[in-house]
Design a protein around this ligand. Sequence first.
Ligand SMILES: Cc1cc2nc3c(=O)[nH]c(=O)nc-3n(C[C@H](O)[C@H](O)[C@H](O)COP(=O)(O)O)c2cc1C
Length: 351
Amino acid sequence: MEPVNLSDYESAAREKLPLEIFDYYAGGANDEITVQENLSAYSRLRLQYRVLRDVSQRSLATTVLDHSLAFPVLIAPTAFHRLAHPEGELATARAAAQAGTIMIVSMVATTPIEEVAKVNATIPNAPCLWMQIYILPDRNFTTEMVHRAEAAGCGALVLTVDSPVFGQRERDIRHRFHELPDGLSLANFTTFNGIAPARFEFKADLTWEDVSWLRSTTDLPILLKGIVHPDDACLALTHGVDGIIVSNHGGRQLDTAVATIEVLPEIVDAVAGRLPVLVDGGIRRGTDVLKALALGAAAVAIGRPVLWGLTVAGEAGVGNVLELLRREMDLAMALCGCSSIVEINRDLLRL
Ligand SMILES: Cc1cc2nc3c(=O)[nH]c(=O)nc-3n(C[C@H](O)[C@H](O)[C@H](O)COP(=O)(O)O)c2cc1C
């Protein structure tokens, strides 16, 4: 049956993927309480909609850091798209560009950033890509990655800060899923200085000093991904970053961490309009997008649903996942009495 919502895509992907790959994508840390909380926190929020507001003409268009988006849903960085589909990140990039939104390409992609950028450039009026990075213990490799992202035309860097070490993902431990299958690699790591492969390892001694260092290496806007505490949002303000993504890594790092939508308002209040705040984790419905915007997010990002779409039908599947969410968001706006993104505010939520 044709999927009619994002959850249908998850079911169809579960049928299609080998269990260890499905579990790698779907799973989270330990008891997966945060994976569930990210979802259920949205369903606890109730909309108090407005009526009689002429919603016959609606626009979902918005801008984030001066980048125009057809609607406020970005693609969160996720690793290993070629485990889902042979075209991997290239298919995802085409779908994002066609939909008029930004793909944040994972540093741990199975396609090099240059190839993803080349595909993105073939789509007329495509928004630019953003590149997600980790600061590795080897600063030289990190610098090289930043320069490659700049040369590839990426419009921003997304520095993930919630991963000084790996979370304990018990589904992967049970399946002994620790290596990519033959033929796939960490494509951005296969050469370093054109010579040796780089090693991927997290930097356990990562601090704000590393953020300042990264700031000094590039003029690209930097967003910090993985913030859930308002005090960290305030520190971000004093370290020259350009945006924040409220994220708990889709519940894959610290289990029992707070649901992102629950902390979004505190973080929005802490930064008080000085930076755009985005949020990811558990967004599966147009009403979820609307709720995040009502609580002050400039835009949201989705992770797993993209992997489900990619599994089911490659580029077309990702395109349809984005289109389903866009249509649901449009419907939610109409039924809430909103004709444009700027009309969405906290008054729509019964808190
Ligand atoms: C399979 C998988 C791989 C991921 N890989 C990365 C990554 O390489 N870098 C990163 O910053 N976040 C990564 N994330 C986290 C996502 O960017 C995002 O925070 C999360 O998926 C959002 O939650 P959602 O899947 O509920 O939409 C990954 C998430 C998943 C599910």
